[in-house]
Design a protein around this ligand. Structure first.
Ligand SMILES: [Zn+2]
Length: 98
C-alpha cells in the first residue's frame, strides 16, 4: 500500500505560520493560556484581545511558531516590535518606571 504524496504549494517567501487550521488552533491556545479562552491581554501593553485581534508574537524573532515561542500581542505592538527581540513594550516600560 502506497500513499500518494501531495505537494502543498508554498507562498512566495514561505509561510512559517502554518495552515489556517494551525493558526486558528494557536489563537485559541493563546486565548486560553493567557486569558479565559475568549479574551487575553497583549503581553506588551495589556490591551484586551479577542480571536479576531490576537496575533502570535514570536519570542525569538524569526524562530518557529511553536508554542514555546509565541505570546499574544496586539497588532500595534507586534508591528512595533517587528524582529527586534530587545524591544521594550509599554507595559515593561511602565514596570521599569521609565
Ligand atoms: Zn500591545
Amino acid at each position: 500500500m502506497s500513499a500518494k504524496v501531495h505537494e502543498v504549494p508554498k507562498r512566495p517567501g514561505g509561510d512559517k505560520r502554518g495552515s489556517a487550521a494551525a493558526r486558528r488552533a494557536r489563537k485559541f491556545w493563546m486565548l486560553s493560556t493567557w486569558g479565559d479562552g475568549e479574551k487575553c491581554p497583549c503581553v506588551h501593553c495589556e490591551a484586551m484581545l479577542s480571536f479576531e485581534t490576537v496575533e502570535a508574537d514570536r519570542i525569538v524573532p524569526g524562530g518557529p511558531y511553536a508554542r514555546w515561542n509565541v505570546q499574544p500581542s496586539c497588532r500595534a505592538c507586534n508591528v512595533a516590535r517587528s524582529d527586534n527581540a530587545d524591544w521594550v513594550g509599554p507595559l515593561a516600560t511602565a514596570l521599569l518606571g521609565e
